[in-house]
Design a protein around this ligand. Sequence first.
Ligand code: NAD
Length: 498
Amino acid sequence: MRIIDHVIAGHSGGAAGRSGDVYDPNTGQIQARVNLGTQADLDRAVAAAQAAQPAWAATNPQRRARVMFAFKALVEAHMDELAHLLSSEHGKVIADARGDIQRGLEVIEFACGIPHVLKGEYTQGAGPGIDVYSMRQPLGIGAGITPFNFPAMIPLWMSGVAIACGNAFILKPSERDPSVPVRLGELFLEAGLPEGIFQVVHGDKEMVDAILDHPAISAVSFVGSSDIAHYVYSRGVAAGKRVQAMGGAKNHGIVMPDADLDQVVADLSGAAFGSAGERCMALPVVVPVGDKTADALREKLIPAIRALRVGVSTDAEAHYGPVVNAAHKQRVENWIQTGVDEGAELVVDGRGFALQGHEEGFFIGPSLFDRVTPDMQAYKEEIFGPVLQIVRAPDFETALRLPSDHQYGNGVAIFTRNGHAAREFAARVNVGMVGINVPIPVPVAYHTFGGWKRSAFGDTNQHGMEGVRFWTKVKTITQRWPDGSPDGGNAFVIPTMG
Ligand code: NAD
């Protein structure tokens, strides 16, 4: 059986102890075991990071950027291998796996511009003979704890910016699909990154707690489900760390009566069912405004959903593949039953789907609910599967209130031809990322990613300038070079510029 190991101090390996099963979701079989690390493994990684980080921080930013350029070229050269590896553990189709890697690489491209981004601010003559300037310095050692659903993109969101800013970065990836993070670690080394600057420690709660409590780790970036995000945020902050913790989501798509319904159906098919719905920016709730819109949309959605092809992740024709493991498949199917029990109308039932020749795989057919209402648990909670819910709204104000009042506030979209309605919606909706005729409004790398409410704890987003702010601290220097003449000031009074 293949063993997936840590990458510590430039080498693969760690103390043999507990291990976790890594499945091939297409077959339902265990394909590898991942070593679940301990405090001792983390201590070794921290020691290597401490040894390497000061020299890395002192490396000029242009040289640091050159490593990012080299890393980007290496990932591109290994794209095929990485996409297949990612797909074989996650279950997303190959084209989608490439997208996962590519979106991560776009953050690396942003990080290639770090010399420009890290230039500080300067004020000449803030007072007599006084200049003020600021510099952004790295925090030291940062850690990232990431979810299973984007095993390349999310580690690269964090590490690209953290490393380019001069930090050492320790990644604790999901134990469900840990191989791609290991390969990224190897490619960083090949790109010339010093040992100890990007390391991978595998593990579960034991490793997460060790990271949160480790006194030498200054900052933790987390992405995962909301309860764990809140736990990580609280425990990390209590230990005096800087923490950003992104959580779950339940994104809504508002469909105004004037929307192009054929386009909406095409957009929704991808946004609700792509990657089997295992995306925090999936669109699992659609809110048609007015019954006429709802009826027309439903009529068009049914055949489109029935036509979706569910297949193994290497099937180039498949729209989506299996979900990540058996427990998650069961969880999604339980939520479908909850929806039925709560009185929603199950229009298309994806349960009991079996792919010929892959009966043990973790496949779920697409499901569509109509007449879902805001009081239902199946509406309130994240399902994270190939399930689309129609929540009918009588008017724009009701439609606006639904995502605004929901516990999650990651993304939202509005489909309309009316610029005024779109503008009003974007300004008033209580959600962090908004799409206007864009179903999955994941911001580009040089903007910034982050939700509101229970979708994110902490006050800085991922990547872009917000990422730079998270991974650096500002130092402000006030300097005075007197010309020798007495300044006549009163040293006992707080200096002012008056
Ligand atoms: P998860 O919360 O189960 O796991 C995330 C990380 O936390 C993993 O590294 C895991 O090992 C660790 N972990 C799990 N249980 C823990 C515990 N009890 N204590 C400490 N650490 C623990 O999430 P997942 O199932 O891997 O990923 C899916 C979730 O992530 C969904 O809720 C999805 O919406 C969310 N997500 C959010 C974003 C975002 O940016 N907001 C992006 C992607 C995914």
